[in-house]
Design a protein around this ligand. Structure first.
Ligand code: KIV
Ligand code: ZN
Length: 529
């Protein structure tokens, strides 16, 4: 099939910005760069790397991504004020393809209650911000926030101003996920009529999933003429999340013959990107999630199994290999050496050398001793567990848990603290995991509270690696961590310590960001989107 450039839909990934605003997600700079690098491998067109004014940590991450990630456009978000636009520019300016994305609300509900200003002032702020951004950068995106609850004629006026000042992409967000597909398409048709200049720039949809319609609304926008979709891996984002990248991309791919639209995404990287984001954010993917859920390609009923065994297409509309499932052919055993491990890691996209390779090899040997075959999925999990340390890492040195049906379990742990000192703690609990986590609190001197605890197996088989995700609360902050081991209790301890370190790392920048915003003017204090 020949693909016409005018039918190409640009994929704008906002996993690291809108997605990262989900409660409990606390990615450090290294993790953000790693996700951005995987997004580049996935072939997204634009990576929205963060919101640079929000905190020094956000700024640093956007700047690191702008410097280290090649291929996609790297965008930084800015409210429509001078400090935000400057910060966004300074963070993305080192990218080969920088973009400033600035926004302001056009709905009266936001203008009156949140911004506490007037429509005239919004027009002035939009004009000034786009003009400033355009003086700094050739690629400027403008978004009238809460557009789907705004008076359309006013949104059109503000968009017209952004175009006059040189915006190159106009993104119209359904900020609170209120739209319906037919209404969304009609809104776009009316905007194209009211603002003829929209035909000359890239138009973009940004839909939230509060009514479960984010992908349907995004698709309606694309059918109405938009050629950019803003979306996030696994659909993460504010509240119910953003349109899910994998769903919109596969919708465009699977039904291309019918609508003629296409993307540049390398779909075989989808499964891996989904696993990486889930692991690093601590956000589990629901089993029945379209495309990337564990059951998305599983067949339970006898009739379906029978059909698929005879002919896959009887009950499948896409092949699992298209999204990169079932192509994990790498298998190492306990006799595999350092060289084989390095090659396998390279094949998976991990450049591990020197001391990091020694650490990875030691861990690989521990796992390979207990597990006959170490697969690509196992390696991904081991790397994720071993190589990603929070800046202030704790290390689980040893633990002992006594549990029986007749008395409360007792756990004792020894933990290496970030400063290298070693601390012991003991505690009883309602169950072994509860006792273990309380003993870690005692050893580290932190009163963290467990909010969520998940265990899953990385692969099938009785010797599978167990992966634990912990969400905890410390001083009002939520943070998650993961741990992997053939021993589920060890995986739990590792996950808890990592979540604790993430919470402490998060507590630093938050305090710093509050100080940072103290001097900012009223407009700059508008809460983050
Ligand atoms: O949902 C929204 O309105 C946003 C904007 C900042 C684009 O995320
Ligand atoms: Zn949003």
């Amino acid at each position: 099939m020949t693909q016409d450039e005018t039918d190409r839909v640009r994929i704008f990934d906002t996993t690291l910005r809108d997605g990262e605003q989900s409660p409990g997600i606390s990615l450090n700079v290294g993790e953000k760069v790693e996700i951005a690098q995987q997004l580049a491998r996935l072939g997204v067109d634009i990576v929205e790397a963060g919101f640079p004014i929000a905190s020094p940590g956000d700024f640093e991450a956007v700047q690191a991504i702008a410097r280290d990630v090649h291929g996609p456009v790297i965008a930084g978000l800015a409210r429509a004020n001078a400090q935000d636009v400057d910060a966004a520019w300074n963070a993305v300016r080192d990218s080969e393809r920088p973009r400033i994305h600035t926004f302001i609300s056009t709905s009266d509900i936001h203008i009156v209650h949140q911004l506490q200003t007037t429509r005239e002032d919004v027009k002035g702020q939009a004009r000034a911000a786009v003009a400033q951004a355009r003086a700094l950068c050739d690629d400027v995106e403008f978004s009238p926030m809460d557009a789907t609850r705004s008076e359309l004629a006013f949104t059109a006026e503000v968009i017209q101003i952004a175009l006059e000042e040189g915006a190159t992409t106009i993104n119209v967000p359904d900020t609170v996920g209120y739209s319906m597909p037919d209404e969304h398409a009609a809104m776009w048709r009316e905007l194209y009529r009211l603002v003829p200049g929209l035909a000359e720039v890239t138009t973009s949809v940004h839909c939230h999933d509060d009514l479960g319609l984010a992908v349907a609304n995004s698709f309606a926008g694309v059918l109405a003429g938009c050629r950019q979709v803003e979306c996030a891996i696994n659909g993460i984002g504010e509240r119910a999340g953003n349109a899910s990248l994998e769903e919109i991309v596969m919708l465009l791919r699977v039904r291309e013959a019918d609508h003629g639209l296409w993307t540049g995404v390398e779909t075989r990287e989808i499964a891996r990107t989904s696993r990486l984001v889930s692991r690093l954010t601590g956000y589990q993917v629901q089993p029945n999630k379209a495309i990337v859920g564990r059951n998305a390609f599983a067949h339970e009923s006898g009739i379906h199994q029978d059909g698929v065994l005879k002919e896959r297409t009887t009950y499948e509309i896409m092949d699992a290999t298209t999204i990169g499932l079932e192509q994990n052919e790498i298998v190492l055993g306990k006799h595999s050496g350092r060289h084989a491990l390095r090659r396998a890691l390279e094949e998976l996209g991990f450049e591990v050398t020197g001391a990091a390779l020694n650490v990875a090899f030691k861990r690989f040997k521990e796992v390979a001793d207990k597990k006959k075959k170490v697969t690509a999925l196992d390696l991904e999990a081991i790397v994720s567990d071993e190589m990603r340390q929070a800046p202030q890492a704790f290390r689980l040195e040893s633990f002992e848990i006594e549990a029986s049906s007749s008395r409360s379990p007792l756990a004792s742990v020894r933990v290496e603290l970030p400063d290298g000192a070693v601390a012991d703690g003991s505690f009883t609990g309602d169950g072994p995991v509860d006792a273990f986590f309380s003993a870690i609190n005692a050893a580290t001197g932190h009163e963290a509270r467990l909010k969520e605890y998940h265990v899953s197996a990385v692969t099938g088989g009785h010797d599978a690696l167990g992966e634990v995700t912990v969400l905890l609360e410390l001083g009002g902050l939520l943070a998650s961590g993961q741990g992997v081991s053939t021993d589920i209790l060890e995986a739990s301890g590792r996950a808890y310590l990592r979540a604790l370190a993430n919470a402490l790392a998060e507590a630093g920048p938050v305090a710093e960001a509050e100080r940072h915003l103290e001097g900012a003017d009223e407009a700059a204090r508008t809460p983050t989107p």
